[in-house]
Design a protein around this ligand. Structure first.
Ligand code: UDX
Length: 437
């Protein structure tokens, strides 16, 4: 059991902090946002993640998990400090490391004993070395410290499960002492044979970007295959299934749709391209995946125009605003571009999402006409466009939908509706790679 401080209580920080406490460590989660800390101390969750409240409550109750805005004291009273603050996309795709470096400075000023400074945030290759230099320059005492890279692979919507049961743990270390302490931090995973990849810091930093960028490439690839399938009368689900039967390909992440969004793939792909550029390596494949992803939003818009060539004054019901199901996160969601495109064509947009409407209006589209139910949203609509694969939407009653709509047009950008039923109930429809089967 180790004494841990996690700085940053976002998706990664809060889930990791609660998970590390669940592994038996003593964890203080800190944040500069006092209101978040206050919320957490009231037992309220600042983010929506299945299982998170239970995980937090369980560990607060045992006294292993606490929350504080006093970052200085938290650093002084702990040995392993995880940096889990945001690294948003800055100018020309470069990751903005200001928050990470500010945290490193805070740690440097509170070096009252040996510390391990562990980056869990996704940081470009070379950041570990930069942090080491920064701390050496700014530390308030000559005590020893080690910088470690420990990237996180949790997915929003399954973050708790992904943290507690990861496919692997990556540790980029530069000392045996740090390696042994981190192995102890992750001991429960260690003893149940979770693969541990122990490597140097640059390799660990690269593993995160290479993994995310590869997944993004896979998504853009299947989206392009789907776009061709629509033209030649093929079924992309059958293609993806058959591809996935090849063990080298795997069936995962071969679901076509409106393109990837979220707080990771869009920024991590750009950051990797930028890291390549500054090191004289041209990531042409990742650049192509980024371009294909941007284009996929237009592909969905094109499908809507195939059904309704003149959008002027037409009522379009958007079902799903979150960038994917089981999250309230709308960052870089396809809905942002698609709603903008529809409105620029003169359409009247209404939208529904089980939990993400508040965020969409708070952060991006304050004027968006959001409704509280599918029925309200589709009443009198000329078209429905499904953008998020919420289970609630998988069970849509097509006869009920048709009754409520002004005209029976559906663009199912997540392929969650039955093509046979769409035909049976007389819908004009488009989906992604199955429209003509
Ligand atoms: C991703 C990585 O999966 C995770 O390992 C990393 O830690 C953070 O970034 P996340 O962004 O939360 O996780 O969601 P993910 O489930 O990976 O989906 C990313 C985007 O790709 C979503 O917009 C999703 O809709 C889309 N997607 C995913 C597809 O379009 N098709 C797929 O087959 C899978």
């Amino acid at each position: 059991m180790r004494k841990i401080c996690v700085i940053g209580t976002g998706y990664v920080g809060l889930v990791s902090g609660a998970g590390l406490a669940d592994f038996g460590n003593s964890v203080i989660c800190t944040d500069i946002d006092q209101s978040k800390i206050d919320m957490l101390n009231r037992g309220e969750m600042p983010i929506y993640e299945p299982g998170l409240k239970e995980l937090v409550d369980r560990n607060v109750a045992t006294g292993r998990l606490s929350f504080s805005a006093d970052i200085d004291a938290a650093v002084q009273n702990t040995e392993v400090i995880f940096i889990a603050v945001g690294t948003p996309m800055g100018e020309n795709g470069e990751a903005d490391l200001r928050a990470v470096e500010a945290v490193a400075s805070t740690i440097a000023k509170n070096m009252n004993a040996y510390k391990i400074v562990c980056t869990k945030s996704t940081v470009p290759v070379g950041t570990g070395a930069r942090l080491e230099k920064l701390i050496l320059q700014q530390r308030n005492s000559e005590v020893d410290f080690d910088v470690v890279s420990n990237p996180e692979f949790l997915r929003e919507g399954s973050a708790v499960k992904d943290f507690l049961h990861p496919d692997r743990v990556i540790l980029g270390v530069s000392s045996k002492r740090a390696e042994l302490i981190l192995a102890e931090v992750y001991r429960p995973l260690y003893i149940n044979d979770t693969p541990m990849v122990i490597t140097n810091i640059p390799s660990s930093e690269m593993i995160k970007y290479a993994s995310n960028a590869f997944l993004a490439v896979k998504i853009s690839f299947i989206n392009e295959v789907a776009n061709l399938a629509d033209k030649v009368g093929a079924d992309v689900h059958t293609i993806a299934k058959a591809m996935g039967l090849d063990g080298r390909i795997s069936p995962k992440f071969l679901h076509p749709g409106p393109g990837f969004g979220g707080s990771c793939f869009p920024k991590d792909t750009e950051a990797l391209v930028h890291t390549g550029e500054v090191n004289g390596v041209d990531f042409q494949v990742v650049k192509a995946a980024i371009a294909a992803n941007k284009a996929q939003r237009k592909v969905i818009l094109g499908k809507a125009l195939e059904l309704l060539p003149d959008m002027t004054g037409k009522i379009i019901a958007i079902l799903g605003l979150a960038f994917k199901a089981n999250t309230d996160d709308v960052r870089d969601a396809p809905a942002l571009d698609i709603i903008e495109g529809l409105e620029s064509l003169g359409a009247v947009v209404r939208a529904y999402d089980p939990i993400a409407s508040t965020n969409m209006k708070k952060y991006f589209l304050p004027e968006l006409d959001t409704r509280n139910s599918v029925s309200e949203t589709v009443e009198g609509a000329d078209m429905v466009i499904i953008l998020t694969e919420w289970n609630e939407l998988r069970g849509l009653s097509l006869p009920d939908l048709k009754k409520r709509m002004n005209s029976a047009n559906i663009v199912d950008a997540r392929n969650i509706l039955s093509v046979d039923q769409l035909k049976e109930f007389g819908f004009n429809y488009r989906n992604v790679g199955r429209s003509t089967i």
